[in-house]
Design a protein around this ligand. Structure first.
Ligand code: GTP
Ligand code: MG
Length: 615
């Protein structure tokens, strides 16, 4: 036995590779109950029982080595040793879903044909038991000619045994394997069937609830109604449940601000703290509860297996605009953030489908828009209910999300008939089994999301807001002159305002868009800082940004601002990731130009329609 350097996890999508990776290395890779979660190679450190450290690679799931999509190509290249800057892994851990053995054994044979030292992790044996299967790992081991270790990745069962088997594995390739296995796909399917049959000792005809549930959730009529209803509830909850927490946070920021004002001598540093840090960055941080509630829903949908069902339901609608259900998961991920959404398009095989999905991903309402929407809605939309307990604010929020989706569908339709013309590709998606989300996984997921949000507040939002505060604070205004007029920022606002005045924006709104190019939430902190600096007296300065907007903006102005943010590509990171994923500047430029154009048209149309309706 010689020293091992790298070990790689391979297997079908959704077999639990990342869950095993986390269990073996202590990492916290994203896991979720649908195919195509991992789209790039991730490395971690696994310590073998002997204390010997090896590099463990988590790879995207694959159905075969005839890679159809960019993520599968990564897996093929790493496993075959053709990945740039990477040596062939010494040992492969082939992950099989015990409850889906027959399907997973097809790709398994292709992996074993390579003749690399391989250990099989027969994962999800708990789910197999739940489904009434009794398995015989020895029989499977016999058939495959490699060790088979039963595991339950999420309960850490079989993890030490797996590590021990890796330690004991040979490191040299088996020259005979190729001859032994070399089969065509139909032959592989047939032998998978035989092997699965031999490995399953007994199968109680347990009536699974899955079929019954799916008959309702996937029903072409009831299914979409349930999906739509669920989304509706989410947006109601984002407002209704978050309010007490958001109010408490806002109160806290107010108390801090008052404390600073009382204890510090007036001066530039005090202004920096109250106007820039507390009014500005603080105005974004108070949206933490909303973000957490939104993600709680998304994480539950991902972990339970409902997300893949939603994709299945949407397939028909997506086909109508020339996309497939494959695009649904990347688009749904974009509700969190367009960056992972655009990355997730790597699981789309057809290049034109993929490009179209990348171009429309920024239209999905990412969580960075939530603070912008929430501030404006709280300021101008009354907190009333329409009908039975349906909050008007939540309804408007829901409408904004729908506007983004409808916009994306129209754009996709146009793109598929022009620049990304081509036949729509077929769609096959495995439906994962339903699982009860584990509280611990949820808590970790929520904590990670909250941390991402707070880190943004502390970095990009902080820097953009402080830069604006500096531009707004200097040069100092003379007696009787407004600080905005006197400042450098005033000059910036004057330059871009002529473009935005026709769509109903005032100068503060136009100015807020400039630093918000960095990140959308900055629009909120920028408005807060601008109004704090420009407050004529202490009473006004103590007001939050919501009160100032309520006092100074008309309803048509506010609606125009909301419409702008449905479309505008105000996020540098999205543009950067689009460049990386499309290998050039052409498509990101197309994306930015068309989105700004749409934003301008939408804001203008909204403003003038609202004005003519007398709102
Ligand atoms: N009950 C049970 N669930 C598991 C087990 N292992 C993983 N899961 C769940 O199965 C789902 C898929 O796990 P992942 O680790 O994301 O699967 P993956 O193979 O990395 O999937 P891709 O990255 O899409 O290829 C998640 O919801 C996990 O919580 C297991 O042993 N038992
Ligand atoms: Mg994974």
């Amino acid at each position: 036995m010689s020293r091992k350097h790298t070990v790689a996890l391979v297997g079908n999508p959704n077999s639990g590779k990342s869950a095993l990776f986390n269990a073996l290395t202590g990492a916290r890779q994203k896991i979720a109950n649908y195919a195509g979660v991992t789209v790039e190679r991730k490395a971690g450190r696994l310590t073998l029982p002997s204390g010997e450290p090896v590099e463990l690679l988590d790879l995207p799931g694959a159905y075969s080595f005839d890679a159809a999509s960019p993520d599968e190509a990564v897996t093929r290249d790493v496993v075959k040793g053709t990945f740039e800057g990477e040596v062939v892994p010494d040992v492969l851990i082939l992950v099989l879903d015990a409850a889906n053995l027959e399907q997973h054994l097809v790709f398994a044979q292709e992996v074993l044909e390579l003749g690399r030292p391989t250990i099989v992790a027969l994962n999800m044996v708990d789910l197999a038991e739940r489904d009434g299967l009794t398995l015989d790992p020895e029989a499977l081991s016999e058939a495959l000619g490699v060790p088979v270790i039963p595991t339950v990745a999420v309960r850490r069962r079989g993890i030490t045994e797996l590590a021990a088997a890796v330690a004991e594995a040979e490191t040299h390739a088996d020259e005979e394997a190729h001859k032994r296995w070399h089969l065509t796909l139909p032959e592989r399917r047939l032998s998978a069937k035989h092997m699965a049959r031999a490995a399953i000792l007994s199968k109680s005809t347990r009536h699974t609830i899955e079929n019954g549930v799916d008959r309702i959730l996937l029903n072409p009529w009831i299914g979409p109604v349930i999906l739509f209803g669920l989304l509706f509830v989410i947006f109601q909850a984002v407002f209704a449940w978050a309010t007490p927490f958001a109010d408490a946070l806002e109160g806290g920021v107010g108390v801090l601000s008052a404390g600073v004002t009382d204890t510090m001598a007036p001066g530039i540093f005090r202004d920096f703290l109250t106007e820039g840090v507390l009014a500005g960055v603080g105005s974004v941080v108070v949206f933490l509860p909303q973000i957490v509630i939104l993600f709680a829903f998304i994480l539950v949908m991902e972990a339970s297996g409902y997300m893949a069902r939603a994709a299945f339901l949407m397939d028909r609608l997506m086909a109508g605009v020339g996309l497939s259900g494959k695009s649904f998961i990347p688009l749904l991920s974009s509700f969190a953030c367009a960056i992972p959404g655009i990355m997730a398009t790597r699981s789309i095989a057809d290049p034109k489908d993929r490009l179209t999905t990348i171009l429309i991903a920024p239209l999905m309402t990412c969580s960075a828009r939530l603070p912008v929407y929430a501030v404006i809605i709280s300021a101008v939309i009354p907190e009333t209910t329409v009908g039975a307990g349906v909050g008007l604010q939540g309804l408007v929020l829901f409408a904004l999300y729908v506007a983004g989706i409808v916009g994306a569908m129209i754009v996709a339709l146009v793109l598929r008939r022009t620049v990304t013309k081509g036949a729509a590709s077929g769609f096959i998606m495995e439906l994962p089994r339903y699982q009860l989300p584990r509280i611990k996984d949820l808590a970790i997921g929520l904590w990670q999301r909250a941390w991402v949000f707070l880190r943004r507040a502390g970095t990009i939002i902080f820097v953009a807001t402080i830069a604006l505060w500096v531009l707004l604070s200097f040069p100092k205004a003379d007696e009787g002159e407004s600080q905005l007029d006197a400042s450098y920022a005033g000059a910036v606002a004057d330059t871009i305002h002529p473009v935005l005045e026709p769509v109903g924006f005032n100068r503060e709104m136009s100015l807020a868009l400039v630093p918000a190019i960095a990140a959308r939430e900055v629009a909120v902190s920028a408005l807060a800082t601008t109004y704090a600096i420009n407050a004529e007296d202490e009473d006004l300065a103590a007001q939050g940004v919501t009160e100032r907007i309520a006092a100074l903006w008309t309803l048509p102005m506010a609606l125009a601002f909301l419409a702008w943010f449905v479309f505008a590509p105000q996020c540098l990171s999205t543009i950067a990731v689009a460049r990386r994923e499309t290998n050039g500047w052409k498509w990101p430029i197309v994306m930015v130009v068309y989105l700004f154009a749409l934003a301008w048209i939408a804001a203008g149309a909204t403003y003038w329609i609202a004005v003519s309706l007398g709102l």
